[in-house]
Design a protein around this ligand. Structure first.
Ligand code: 4AD
Length: 457
């Protein structure tokens, strides 16, 4: 009669949970454990079958020897098949390699009806072939997510999102949850998703900023992590139709306070994320050179960036040298960021190319107190600014942009009932991850990307 097996998850390396038996046979027996997982890898060596099981928490090498390796299910075993395995935990023999340097010597296993994964034509390896057609890979993203790279990006994403919550908690920002269904725009009409809301025109939110501003008087500094939606009509590697927007709004601050806060938040989030050795190992695997950026970040005024682009012969979208007032296009911005090769706060954009709500610079009213944070490899990952806090000026801004001020009455009221110097920003989580995990596109840093032409799976 064998001792009862304890059910463990595959990351439980703690010897009090899964005591390892030495291979030389001397000493204590190992713990008898019971695990559930899916076949991640397998290989046969003589009469022994080595199966690496995966359960979302870790990996475990399971050794099927003797009669067990000769059973029908073992001989026909396919990747992704689910199984229950019971056996004794062993330390690896010297010189051998397996996850966490341990293995399970199986004495019982079970594959319940319906747990088998197909082989042959339908095998998962055929659906998610490396170097395959990107559209087919995207159609099969639900299967691709089981792979090493896609899943490690998702583990990092989970840790980063948690680190943002933790960082904001440390800085005493309060979390709120603004609505996704709205009747106002924030970042221009061109990218609004419109829909019929009980007979009225409504939009999917582009940004929660305006709503965050309304709670400053009651809640102090606030943040939210919500979805934003943009009907982007171009296919680029950093634009999604639906993305996770990390936004914060700070009361009674200066523009310089805003930049200091942004740097602090980004560095602290990275520090907290990398403090978990499992996550740090994933980041190292994905982006071996990655480290916490040095503070302060490089600060560069928009007008200096225009000069820099001219000096480096990087043309604007029309192929001409850049001039003051040009919107710096994605390609030019990325080339500049890649050459400078460190995080940049690009500041003081002209009024005409920025959103209606941005505060003008007191010393140069042609420009706004605005910032884009640019990262090597990706470009802009944050957009932020100080907000216009004067009622009359805001009314003029609506007019200048051709925005009907009526639906914005609740936003305008903030300038009527106790205004304040305040500012905030939005950070695209997918872009932050593309930078941190060195992914070519934001399509690989979200679970199921949405962009023009794709709304499945
Ligand atoms: O610069 P944006 O448009 O700024 C705003 O929406 C402000 N209202 C935010 C605020 O101040 N609270 O967007 C902010 C960030 C960008 O820097 C980018 O990282 C991300 O949101 N972003 C996108 N990410 C993926 N796909 C898209 N289509 C995105 N558009 C913006």
């Amino acid at each position: 009669s064998l001792p009862k097996a304890v059910k463990i998850r595959l990351d439980e390396t703690d010897t009090s949970v899964a005591k390892l038996r030495e291979h030389d046979g001397s000493g204590d027996p190992g713990t008898r454990v019971r695990v559930f997982g899916r076949v991640h890898r397998q290989r046969k060596q003589k009469d022994v079958l080595f199966v690496t099981l995966r359960d979302g928490y870790g990996y475990l090498q399971c050794v099927f020897a003797g009669i067990l390796a000769k059973t029908y299910d073992a001989i026909t075993l396919t990747r992704e098949t689910s199984m229950e395995v019971i056996g004794e935990m062993y330390a690896l023999p010297p010189g051998a390699h397996a996850p966490n340097q341990r293995e399970l010597h199986v004495d019982y296993y079970e594959i319940k009806p319906g747990w088998k994964a197909p082989g042959g034509e339908d095998a998962i390896t055929n659906k998610v072939q490396a170097g395959g057609d990107p559209q087919i890979l995207l159609d099969n993203r639900h299967l691709l997510l089981r792979g090493d790279i896609a899943s490690s990006v998702m583990f990092v994403r989970d840790a980063v999102e948690f680190a943002f919550h933790q960082t904001y908690r440390e800085l005493r920002l309060r979390k709120v949850s603004p609505p996704a269904l709205v009747q106002t725009q924030v970042e221009g009409g061109a990218t609004l998703f419109k829909f019929d809301y009980y007979g009225e025109e409504a939009f999917l939110t582009q940004s929660s900023q305006l709503y965050l501003e309304t709670v400053l008087p009651s809640m102090g500094d606030v943040y939210c992590i919500e979805k934003s939606f943009r009907a982007e009509k171009s296919l680029t590697r950093r634009h999604l139709s639906e993305y996770t927007h990390i936004e914060a709004e700070l009361d009674f601050i200066t523009f310089s306070d805003l930049l200091d806060h942004l740097e602090l938040v980004m560095c602290r989030v990275i520090e907290l994320t990398l403090a978990d050795p499992v996550i740090a190992a994933y980041v190292k695997e994905l982006n071996p050179e990655f480290k916490v950026p040095e503070r302060p970040f490089k600060r560069m005024k928009y007008s200096d960036a225009i000069d820099w682009l001219k000096e480096h012969n990087i043309p604007n979208e029309d192929g001409h040298p850049h001039t003051f007032g040009d919107d710096i296009a994605e390609a030019a911005e990325r080339r500049m960021t890649d050459i400078i090769n460190r995080p940049i706060f690009l500041t003081h954009f002209p009024v005409e190319i920025k959103a209606f709500y941005m505060q003008k610079d007191k010393d140069d009213p042609r420009v706004t107190e605005s910032v884009d944070c640019l990262m090597p490899g990706v470009g802009e990952i944050v957009g932020g600014s100080m907000r216009m806090d004067d009622w009359g000026e805001l009314m003029k801004a609506y007019e200048r942009e051709g925005i009907d001020s009526k639906p914005y009455y609740w936003y305008t009221d903030q300038r009527k009932y106790g205004s304040s110097p305040h500012g905030g920003y939005g950070l695209g989580l997918e872009r932050f991850l593309a930078w941190m995990c060195k992914q070519h596109t934001v399509r690989d840093t979200c679970l199921y990307p949405r962009y023009m032409g794709r709304c499945i799976p």
